[in-house]
Design a protein around this ligand. Structure first.
Ligand SMILES: Nc1ncnc2c1ncn2[C@@H]1O[C@H](COP(=O)(O)OP(=O)(O)O)[C@@H](O)[C@H]1O
Ligand SMILES: C[C@@](O)(CCOP(=O)(O)O)CC(=O)O
Ligand SMILES: [Mg+2]
Length: 405
């Protein structure tokens, strides 16, 4: 029995342009995480997935899964870590019937895809997998990547001692199941943690950033639901309809990201603030903002406390605010109170960076401790109690459990 965990992320510069091979900058939101408990179960011949955040639970019989193994998984195995469209299609048509909620369906698809591709049939045994997240789901903070990383890590661990590179490669496949055409920035951050400048298809790999000062930001969750897949495909349609206009805009976004990584490393706050404003404007031009995000920006401007941009795919979800040097504690409290009380948004003040994916072996812990941990995963509804999970499970947190990696 073990738990894997991976953080969410905040894209500071370059969401969407990242999909078009342009550099982007992101950092882990290491206190906002997903956790996956993997338990052997007595019930024979079954693979079980529980997702309390989505009020979703489902079981598949080994017989159902082995039909698929025989006809399709070999294709994936022979091509190593690549997405196999026939396998994705087979999962979709044969294993997901009756799962109509799109959030539940994409979680189940990613779960099954990674399980069937990574765990060879001769070592499969009855398992219960339970996923919980303390980061908001579908909010631009990379929950899809954090569950992909936690799942890839767990399934690879069933077969070998996995490297971070391999976890990241499979997590990218998981992100592809969910998004269609991800850049890979989210899974890379969720795997490695820290802060990175990342360019898709760059053979040199991501470039680690070492900011002179910790990056502190205010995140505001609008609770406006949106889907990354839909937003990314909307930008694709815009690109295809006017490539001569959108390509230079994406090139300009790339320049913002490059200049932004230097400004972050040098802790040049003035420059960071200007680039945040410019990058948000570029994202507005791509059509991915939302009135609910604009009101956070407007409030930041009215109170003159700094600059706000959308973060992640946009269309709702979260905004990222950097405070200027003249913002007083009172101003910031007023900003947060207004967002929380008038609009019922949620705000978090957080330091970016920190731990990537990690593993906790439960066999090394005392029985009462194991019971306490297992209970965290047995919550009945969608409301994961963040404080309880953080107090016990957060890697590097108060309980100081022996997380590794
Ligand atoms: N705790 C979780 N349990 C089950 N599925 C999850 C969980 N967290 C994320 N997901 C999956 O990720 C999807 C959200 O991904 P996405 O739209 O990319 O938003 P984001 O990655 O910004 O949170 C959900 O629809 C769901 O399928
Ligand atoms: C829009 C995009 O740049 C980020 C999506 O992040 P999220 O799923 O909204 O957390 C897509 C990507 O880079 O894969
Ligand atoms: Mg996502």
């Amino acid at each position: 029995m073990f738990v894997t965990s991976a953080p969410g992320k905040v894209i500071i510069f370059g969401e969407h342009s990242a999909v078009y091979n342009k550099p982007a900058v992101a950092a882990a939101a290491s206190s906002l995480r997903s956790y996956l408990l993997v338990e052997p179960v007595a019930e024979d011949q079954v693979l079980e997935l529980n997702c309390p955040n989505l009020q979703f639970a489902h079981k598949w019989s080994t017989a159902q899964l082995s039909e698929i193994t025989d006809s399709h998984v070999l294709v994936t195995e022979s091509q190593s870590v690549l997405l196999s469209n026939p396998l994705l299609h087979t999962i979709d048509t044969q294993l997901l019937s009756g799962i109509d909620n799109p959030l539940q369906r994409s979680a189940a698809q990613c779960f099954l895809y990674l399980y069937l591709s990574i765990v060879p049939s001769h070592i499969r045994s009855a398992l219960r997998c339970t996923l919980i997240s303390t980061l908001p789901v579908g909010a631009g903070l990379g929950s899809s990547a954090s569950i992909s990383v936690a799942l890839a890590h767990a399934f690879l661990k069933l077969t070998q001692v996995p490297s971070r590179d391999l976890i990241n490669q499979w997590a990218f496949v998981g992100e592809t199941c969910m998004h269609g055409t991800p850049s890979g920035i989210d899974n890379t951050i969720a795997t490695f943690g820290g802060a990175l400048q990342f360019t898709k298809n760059d053979t040199n790999g991501p470039h680690e950033l070492h900011p002179k000062k910790p990056i502190v930001a205010v995140l505001t969750y609008t609770k406006i639901p949106r889907s990354t897949r839909t937003l990314v495909s909307g930008v694709r349609d815009l690109y295809d309809s006017m490539p001569d206009i959108i390509e230079p805009l994406l090139d300009s976004m790339a320049k913002v990201a490059l200049r932004g990584s230097v400004a972050l490393e040098q802790a040049d706050l003035e420059q960071v603030l200007q680039l945040v404003r410019v990058n948000h404007g570029q994202l507005v031009a791509l059509g991915v903002s939302h009135p609910g995000l604009e009101l956070i920006r407007n409030l930041t401007t009215e109170l003159q406390i700094g600059e706000t941009k959308l973060t992640g795919a946009g269309g709702g979800g979260c905004a990222l605010t950097f405070l200027n040097e003249s913002a007083t504690t009172n101003d910031v409290e007023q900003f947060k109170d207004m967002l929380q009380e008038k609009y019922e948004y949620q705000t978090f003040e957080t330091t970016l960076g920190g731990l990537g994916c990690s593993l906790l072996e439960l066999d090394q812990l005392s029985d009462p401790r194991v019971q306490q941990i297992v209970q965290l995963f047995r919550i009945p509804g969608p409301n994961v109690v963040m404080e309880q999970v953080d107090n016990i499970l957060l890697p590097g947190g108060p309980a100081d459990l022996p997380w590794v990696f």
